[in-house]
Design a protein around this ligand. Structure first.
Ligand code: SAM
Length: 285
């Protein structure tokens, strides 16, 4: 396991993923009953943008730092920027929050987060970040196995009818990850049918993803929405040209809320030949 998210924190893919995660959390917060979030591949939770890993790739410069300089953004992007800035001094973006941090910031009194991270050092850093936070449980374990162990969610006497599973693996062994992801989503939907499931995936060349799209479209969800941002044309298999989020059981009218967000991200972060796509792989029922 060589992957370290510190090299990529705050890049265009993180921006897309985290904006959408916050939109899903907002939809959950529209109802008073508590919800549960399982983050299967959580990372270390907070990344220093001036740190060695981040500086080596410079990826945040064309992601969060570029977006933060934009004015007139749609409301969900403004809310995302506010959430990112929450852990920073007033005038500087020194640290970038990972998914468990963004989720934890959004939790209300009864809501809970379980965050899994397999890499020992990353898991240790994540545990340190949430020491003393009773709403967050950090598990140094395989996130796929956690789906079986933790779903449907129960915390003490509490059961959670609503919530979100975020599946955000590193896709290190490229082709091997897709069947794992598909099976993981199937397991989530079977164990916790009311949950939303969000899956991040990298895009080098879109056409190579067609079999994956077909396989996930057949899963028993009330709608499967794909939201993609390609900051480069998808004509090179060698670089990360963009990424997408698959959304199973997405909230009502999320597609309408997402359309202007993707358009604004394309305009703010896209290089020549950039594009975005919002499509139902399985229409809502
Ligand atoms: N979700 C994080 C965020 O948005 O801030 C980023 C996660 S990063 C893309 C993927 C993480 O998964 C890495 O920290 C890696 O160490 C971890 N990882 C890899 N395989 C794993 C597994 N089977 N279970 C849990 N974590 C895993």
């Amino acid at each position: 396991m060589n992957y370290r998210h510190g090299f990529h924190a705050g890049n265009h893919a993180d921006v897309l993923k985290h904006v959408i995660v916050l939109m899903l959390l907002e939809a959950l917060k529209a109802k008073p009953s508590p919800f549960f979030v399982l983050d299967t591949h959580a990372g270390r939770g907070r990344y220093l943008l001036g740190g060695e890993q981040s500086q080596r790739t410079g990826e945040a410069a064309t992601g969060i730092l570029r977006l933060a300089a934009h004015k007139g953004l749609p409301a969900p992007l403004k809310a995302y920027l506010q959430a990112v800035k929450a852990g920073n001094p007033v005038d500087a973006l020194l640290a970038y929050p990972g998914s468990p941090m963004l989720v934890a910031q959004a939790l209300r009194e009864g809501d809970r987060l379980a965050a899994c991270e397999l890499q020992a050092e990353e898991a240790q850093a994540l545990k340190a970040l949430f020491t003393g936070d009773a709403k967050v449980a950090v598990h140094a374990r395989d996130g796929y196995g956690a789906i079986k162990a933790l779903l449907p969610p129960r915390v003490g006497q509490d059961r959670f009818a609503r919530g979100l599973v975020l599946i955000d693996p590193p896709y290190e062994a490229q082709q091997d990850e897709y069947p794992l992801v598909r099976d993981a989503v199937a397991e989530c939907l079977q164990r916790w049918p009311g949950a939303m499931v969000a899956v991040w995936y990298p895009i080098k060349q879109r056409r190579t993803l067609q079999p994956f799209y077909r396989r996930v479209a057949s899963l028993p969800a009330k709608g499967v929405l794909a939201a993609e941002l390609l900051v480069h044309p998808d004509d090179s298999p060698l670089r990360l040209n963009g990424s997408g989020m698959l959304l199973f059981n997405p909230p009502w009218q999320l597609d309408q809320a997402l359309a202007p967000v993707l358009k604004a991200l394309d305009a703010a972060l896209g290089e020549p030949g950039a594009s975005h796509l919002l499509t139902w792989l399985r229409p809502p029922v």
